[in-house]
Design a protein around this ligand. Structure first.
Ligand code: ZN
Length: 238
C-alpha cells in the first residue's frame, strides 16, 4: 500500500500564499500578511514583521496563539496580528485570513462608492455591497480593534478597511487568496470604468451577479484558479 501523503506544511503554505498575493497587486513594501489556522488548534501561522511577501522564507513564519503571542519562531509578532486572531476566533469556518493594503481596493473604499459588478470578479462579493470597517483608518493594534473588525466582517468573505486596506477570508488558502486576487482586480476595473465614464456604468444587476457567482466561483472553479496561480508562481520562482 502506498504511504499516505504528508500533510501540507503550514509554513510553506503561508510563504506561497504571500508570493501569489505579491504578484497580484497586494504587495506594499513590508506591510500586509496572510495567516493560516493551525490544524492542531494551537493558533495560527503568520510571517514575522519586516519582510515583504516576496522574500519570506519558511523559517520566517511564526506560530502565534489566539492571544497573539509567539509560540514558535523568532522575533516579535506583527502589530496587526489581532486582525487574524480575532477573525479566526469569531469565525470557526475560516482557516485563512488575508490582510493587505492593495491600491485599487483601498482607493475605491475611500470614494464611498459601492463595489459594482463591472465584470465577473466583483460578483464573488456583491450583492449585497461589500462590508466596510470605518471605526478607524489607523492600525488594528489591539484585540478590541481586532474584534471590531471581525464584527464588521460578519459572515462575509471580504471587508474594506476604509483608509487602510482589506481583509479577505476563506476556509482554505486557495479560497482566501484567490478571493483577494479577484477583489483587487474587481476594484481596479471599476476605477478604470469610473475614470472613463464617470458614474454612468453598465453593470450586472443583482440577479445576474448572483448567477455568475454560482457559475464562475464554485469551489471547484476557485480551486482550478488557485492551482493555476500556484503553477504560475512555481514557474516564476524556478
Ligand atoms: Zn494594515
Amino acid at each position: 500500500m502506498a504511504p499516505e501523503a504528508a500533510p501540507p506544511d503550514p509554513r510553506r503554505a503561508v510563504v506561497e500564499a504571500g508570493q501569489v498575493l505579491a504578484d497580484h497587486g497586494h504587495a506594499d513594501l513590508v506591510w500586509g500578511h496572510v495567516s493560516l489556522r493551525d490544524e492542531d488548534g494551537r493558533g495560527l501561522w503568520l510571517k514575522r514583521p519586516g519582510l515583504g511577501f516576496d522574500e519570506v522564507l519558511e523559517d520566517d513564519v511564526q506560530l502565534l496563539d489566539l492571544d497573539g503571542d509567539v509560540v514558535e519562531g523568532d522575533g516579535p509578532p506583527h502589530l496587526e496580528r489581532f486582525i487574524h486572531t480575532e477573525v479566526l476566533r469569531a469565525r470557526p469556518d475560516v482557516a485563512c485570513v488575508v490582510h493587505t493594503h492593495p491600491e485599487a481596493a483601498t482607493t475605491l473604499a475611500s470614494t464611498g462608492l459601492p463595489l459594482r459588478p463591472v465584470a465577473h470578479e466583483a460578483t464573488l462579493f456583491v450583492p449585497p455591497d461589500i462590508a466596510r470597517f470605518v471605526e478607524t483608518g489607523d492600525l488594528i493594534r489591539t484585540p478590541e480593534l481586532g474584534a471590531a473588525v471581525a464584527e464588521a466582517l460578519g459572515e462575509r468573505n471580504a471587508l474594506l478597511l476604509v483608509n487602510h486596506g482589506v481583509v479577505v477570508v476563506g476556509s482554505s488558502v486557495p479560497e482566501a487568496v484567490f478571493a483577494a486576487v479577484l477583489l483587487e482586480k474587481a476594484c481596479r476595473m471599476q476605477l478604470m470604468a469610473l475614470s472613463a465614464a464617470g458614474g454612468d456604468l453598465r453593470v450586472s444587476d443583482d440577479t445576474e451577479a448572483l448567477a455568475k457567482r454560482a457559475r464562475c466561483y464554485s469551489s471547484v472553479q476557485m480551486h482550478h484558479g488557485w492551482d493555476y496561480l500556484r503553477r504560475r508562481n512555481d514557474r516564476r520562482r524556478r
